[in-house]
Design a protein around this ligand. Sequence first.
Ligand SMILES: [Zn+2]
Length: 77
Amino acid sequence: MVDTETLKKVFEENPNKSSIAIKSECADCGCEVIVNITITSGGFGLQGGVLLKCLPSGFMVKCPDCYKVGSNYAFKE
Ligand SMILES: [Zn+2]
């Protein structure tokens, strides 16, 4: 899972947004995944999937079915 520093950077690159959607393919099953990242009072929230790694080409993501711990995640700072 990516860390909060990485998520912070994503928002620094998009300073006018309070939520950002990242579209990619699930690293396990290859299905299309759209992960919505939102700023919450305590950090960040992820919906629709998880971000595993930050690659030069973008993020490595997994869909909720493959990650299997639910579809909502909260990052706390
Ligand atoms: Zn999958």
